[in-house]
Ligand binder design. Structure first.
Ligand code: SF4
Length: 363
């Protein structure tokens, strides 16, 4: 008769071996229908997987859906996207935020077209060489589009795995451990489905608050559930919130036109359209910001709008004071700036913070 310890060990081994099968079985019955997913049993298109994964970084499924459809209608394959201009891609991306992703998206399509004849490389290593494809995205494409035995770990999977194994180490230090544990949930085949099953489980059942453990296919031996402290996972190191920065934005109209300029190619919101503004600094005061107003003939005083526009970037929150002025017809724009009709602003690559500033200024 085996000892109690040996029996426990055997039971644990059996249950962890059955997890991949339980997961796939659940996925076959409850998989989410998403515009970029292949139908059950069909091989996913690497272009769709890549495009959706880049769009989904820091953006939710609901927001991404319409953008994904728009991109696919305009550029049906990676070659078409590689032949598009970066400006067109940025314009189509406007509103999704984190614009370096759009520039990398375009650079990646150009590289696939130029160096790989318009076909994505079919290995994790090959994918990693492409612009904007980090370890996670390479794993996701490799697993979902090429059925390679690898597990991409996104925020949803991180949460499920950290609960399943009650990982005490806080994020981000726990990432390598969670990656290892997540890989044990891969079945002998269908790597992409195992990954997508975990993603779906995290988004619909093992949610950050009030996980629906009764409906979870892995509930029988989930360590956090057995302890009753599911919501406390994943453990997180205390957050450092960025320091508030302040600045001014200048909304100058010439009849039905607005004064804009293009941001420098490198850095935050690189290459995007903006209204002229001051630097964004932690210690910025109103007088110093106003001194950076654009110089145009006929502006003797700026009108300060009531209230401020607030926006939160990844590393800092921002507060913008909005100044407005109207100038006469035929006033020339300062060097590096241009007039655009307000009616065609939707065609400009305007980041969300600028949309807010313009809306407030033109209100
Ligand atoms: S049992 Fe509950 S906490 Fe554990 S993985 Fe399932 S949903 Fe998450």
């Amino acid at each position: 008769m085996p000892s109690l310890a040996a029996r426990k060990k055997q039971t644990a081994a059996e249950s962890s071996a059955s997890r991949p099968a339980l997961l796939l079985d659940w996925y076959d019955r409850h998989r989410r229908r998403l515009p970029w997913r292949a139908a059950a049993g069909e091989r996913a298109d690497p272009y769709r997987v890549w495009l959706s994964e880049i769009m989904l970084q820091q953006t939710g499924v609901k927001t991404v859906g319409p953008y994904f459809e728009k991109f696919l209608a305009r550029w049906p394959d990676v070659g078409a996207l590689g032949r598009a201009s970066q400006d067109d891609v940025l314009r189509m991306w406007a509103g999704l935020g984190y614009y370096s992703r759009a520039r990398n998206l375009h650079a990646c399509a150009v590289a696939v077209l130029r160096d790989h004849g318009g076909v994505f490389p079919g290995s994790e290593e090959g994918l990693r060489q492409l612009p904007g494809i980090g370890p996670y995205t390479a794993r996701a494409i490799a697993a979902i589009a090429f059925d390679i035995q690898t597990m991409p770990v996104d925020g949803n999977i991180e949460r499920v795995v950290s609960r399943l194994y009650a990982v005490e180490e806080p994020l981000p230090q726990a990432k390598p451990r969670i990656q290892e544990l997540a890989a044990t949930l891969l079945g002998a085949s269908r790597a992409g489905d195992s990954a997508q099953a975990l993603m779906d489980l995290g988004s619909s059942i093992c949610t950050p608050k009030k996980p629906a453990c009764a409906l979870c296919p892995l509930n029988e031996d989930c360590a956090a559930r057995l302890r009753g402290d599911q919501e406390s996972f994943p453990r997180k190191a205390p957050k450092k919130s960025g320091t508030l920065r302040r600045g001014a934005a200048f909304i100058v109209t010439r009849g039905d036109e607005l004064l804009v300029r293009t941001r420098a190619e490198k850095g935050l919101l690189g290459g995007m359209t903006e209204v002229p503004g001051s630097d964004w600094l932690a210690g910025q005061d109103d007088k110093a910001a106003l001194k950076q107003a654009p110089e145009l003939k006929g502006i003797t005083r700026w009108h300060r709008k009531v209230g401020v526009v607030t926006h939160v970037f990844t590393h800092f929150p921002l507060e913008l004071v909005i100044y407005t002025a109207d100038v006469a017809a035929r006033t020339r724009p300062p060097a590096g700036m241009r007039w655009v009709p307000v009616a065609t602003l939707a065609d400009e690559a305007l980041p969300n913070v600028m949309r807010k500033a313009i809306a407030h200024g033109l209100d």
